[in-house]
Write a protein that binds this ligand. Structure first.
Ligand code: SF4
Length: 482
């Protein structure tokens, strides 16, 4: 008997699927703290944590400050080798007792579940995001998907509590088709949500590059068949295990492009620091090529050249600015310049989100703005496309400017102001471009810290209520038709 919940690929998909080759990868992952605590990590890796560090972490085990319960610990050998010579990279993957000093923060940052019409899918803007997998080759301590990766229970808008589930091809593609059918029948706008056509999907997680080529290929072709115009894939694998971008992956991508030439593809990579891809000498200086440009690690250069050489794959970098990792304008300058030179766009830098324990990772918003602004001094116009974004519950918001001089005649602006601008509103496209002006607070690390100093707020950042039940109703409606 046919299984109604099983996705059946079209003939065109099946022809493409037959061309896909799966490879096995030896990422040499060290999973958790146990290999260090029990002296079972490979001999050359054992000293990654000192005895004192391990004792402090072991003392927190099974308490409410347990760092592994907050965010699982994981690292690849490739990353370990780069981190040997880099304090920022160590901090990126090494658990520290400081992480759980304050457990303040949101269990569902951005109220993501308000935007989940089907399990594992967030629908905001003209784009949908899929939780395709719940792990990565290594884990960043500051991850803002810690609730997904640590499989925590999250409260939904209807009051139920459950772990976030992963996206499945059939319900997701049914939802896309139905949403787009209603939008088309209604002159380009969904009558209930006001949203436009869903034309782009971001495969995310976790890191979809830990999935096999067959699984990635199955998602790509199913999304193409559902009428998606462009697919993005968000990954940090260029940093954790660049060998994953091998011939079998690139051939799969070529075959996908041949089968679906009209579907765009963007690789959204995630480098926080140039130490993740540039070679450093023992003196800590970056190595140079004969022409003075900076030398990449061999595997990363090969991976990047393979992807960029396709021409039709766009590559963009985006990363949060995190305390102790990349709160360094010189490092950010080197990174923006080195990436742009090989054809990678600098998309967003983010202020850290209000995840659980965010105080351990976030730099103040005004400091992040200054760091990015300073890092772009001396770069050319094309190298400085990156903007500083902070994700409000309403949507992506740019930190546009921070002034230092008093604004005469504007009460509250005696020490200067910070200007936010809505880049993308998850619900309401007309909100785009609206601004909010607040009096400065150099200590502020989240929107709340400006609550008592709002000067002007046409963007409605400080007048926000959770999404009403429209989406829940829509979910029911789709549930009935699916
Ligand atoms: S790669 Fe991304 S999803 Fe994975 S742990 Fe790091 S921040 Fe989280």
């Amino acid at each position: 008997m046919a299984n109604a919940s099983r996705y059946v690929p079209t003939e065109r998909e099946q022809v493409f699927h037959k061309t896909i080759e799966n490879q096995k990868y030896e990422r040499e992952i060290i999973n958790g703290l146990t290999p260090f605590l029990k002296d079972k990590a490979p001999a050359d890796i054992r000293n990654f944590y000192s005895a004192d560090e391990l004792a402090a972490l072991a003392a927190l085990k099974d308490t409410e400050r347990d760092v592994e319960a907050r965010m699982p610990v994981k690292m690849t050998r490739h990353f370990f080798e780069m981190a040997q010579n880099s304090e920022p990279l160590k901090r990126l993957v090494k658990a520290s007792p400081d992480e759980t000093l304050s457990l303040a923060g949101s269990e569902d940052p951005g109220y993501q579940m308000d935007f989940a019409p089907v399990e594992g899918m967030l629908h905001k803007y003209e784009m949908g995001l899929l939780y395709a997998v719940s792990t990565c080759s290594a884990h960043c301590r500051f991850c803002y998907r810690e609730e997904l990766i640590a499989q925590k229970e999250v409260e939904r808008q209807d009051g139920t509590v459950a772990k976030k589930g992963l996206a499945m091809i059939k319900p997701v593609t049914d939802y896309i088709r139905e949403h787009n059918r209603i939008v088309e029948a209604n002159g380009g706008i969904h009558p209930d949500t006001g949203r436009e056509k869903l034309r782009e999907i971001l495969l995310s997680g976790g890191d979809p590059m830990v999935l096999s080529n067959r699984k990635i290929g199955a998602w790509l072709s199913a999304l193409a068949e559902a009428g998606i115009e462009s697919v993005r894939l968000g990954t940090k694998e260029m940093s954790f295990y660049p060998k994953r971008f091998d011939d079998s992956f690139l051939t799969m991508m070529d075959n996908f492009h041949e089968a679906y030439p009209d579907v765009g593809f963007r690789l959204m990579i995630h480098f926080n620091h140039p130490d993740e891809f540039l070679q450093k000498g023992r003196d800590g200086e970056y190595q140079t090529n004969p022409n003075g440009s900076l030398k990449w690690h061999d595997d990363t250069r090969k991976a990047m050249e393979g992807v960029i050489a396709r021409g039709w794959i766009n590559v963009e970098n985006q990363a949060p600015i995190i305390k102790g990792i990349n709160d360094d304008s010189d490092a950010l300058r080197v990174m923006q310049r080195a990436l742009y030179r090989v054809g990678v766009g600098n998309h967003y830098f983010f202020c850290g989100r209000d995840i659980v324990a965010y105080r351990a990772f976030n730099v103040p918003i005004e400091t992040a703005w200054k760091l990015l602004n300073d890092s772009q001094k001396g770069l050319s116009g094309v190298e400085t496309h990156a903007r500083l974004s902070i994700t409000h519950y309403k949507g992506k918001t740019e930190v546009c400017a921070v002034t230092s001089e008093p604004m005469r005649g504007v009460p509250g602006a005696e020490n200067g102001v910070l200007i936010f601008k809505i880049l993308r509103s998850a619900l309401d496209a007309p909100d785009r471009g609206k601004v909010c002006v607040v009096a400065r607070n150099p200590e502020a690390i989240w929107f709340d810290d400006y609550e008592d100093r709002v000067i002007f707020d046409e963007a409605g950042l400080y007048d926000y209520a959770r999404v009403d039940k429209k989406l829940v109703e829509l979910k029911d409606e789709i549930g009935e038709v699916a």
